[in-house]
Design a protein. Sequence first.
Length: 266
Amino acid sequence: MEEVLQLSLDFEPKSSSGYRGDFCYLTNSPESGIGKIVSSAEGKFTIEFSVSQTKKTVSENSTYLRILPGYPSSLRNVEEYSSLMNLALTAYELKLTHAFDKLSALSNSRTRLLPHQIESTYIVVNSLRPRFILADEVGLGKTIEAALVMKELIFRRGYKKVLIVAPSPLLVQWQQELKNKFNEDFKIVKRKNFHTDGEKNWRNFQHVITSIDFIKNPKYAEEILKTKWDIVIFDEAHRLRRDYHKITRAYLFAEKISKNANASCF
C-alpha cells in the first residue's frame, strides 16, 4: 500500500496561552521579528527577540501576542520531503506577511500619492508572481505607480536586479524621478557603454534603464536576456504591440524576459 504523506499547512497561532520556550511574535511590533518566551511570572511573559536583541514583557492575555507552533527556519534543515517543507514554510511566511500587511514604500516616497496608485500597488505586491498592466489614463501617474510597486517588492521580497525599458526620450526622466522621489539609483545603458569593461560594465549594475530601440537589436537583446532579472518594467508598452500579423522584436523580447522575471509591470 502506497504511503501517503499529509503535510499540514495550518499555521494558525496556538490556542493555548504559551509556555517558556515557545516562539511567538507581536502583531503591534513586527519589526521585532520572532521572539522566544524566556520566563513567565505574575501573568506576564518575558520575550527575547534575537533579531532586535531586545526583551519585552507582555501580558499573557495580550491581544497582540501570537504563539507559534515552532520556529519556522528549522524546517529548512529537514532533508526528507524538503520541497514540501519549503512549501509549508512559504505558506507560513505568507500568513505572517498578511498579519503585518502594510505598504512600506508609502513612508519612503517623496511624492504625494493618489488613492488609485496606492490601491494598485497593494493589489500587485500581494500577488504571488506579479504580472500586471497598469492601464490608467494619461496623466494619472503610471510612472510613479510602477516605481511604487518596484520599491515595495524590493522591501518585501528582497529583490535586487531591476530592469526598466522605456522610450529613449524618457530615460533621463525615469532616472531622475526614481532618484528624487524614491532614492533609487539607476544606470542608463546605451550602445556606447554597453560593452564597457571593469566596474562600469553594465552587468555590475543592479538597477538598469534602457530604451525600447536598444533592445530591438538582437545582439543587445540576447545579452540582456541572459541576466536573471527580479523586476522588469516596460513604459509605453503599447509600442511593443504586434503589427498586424508581424511580431516585432521588441514584443518577443518583452515576452521572453517577463517569463523569466519574478515580477513584471507594463
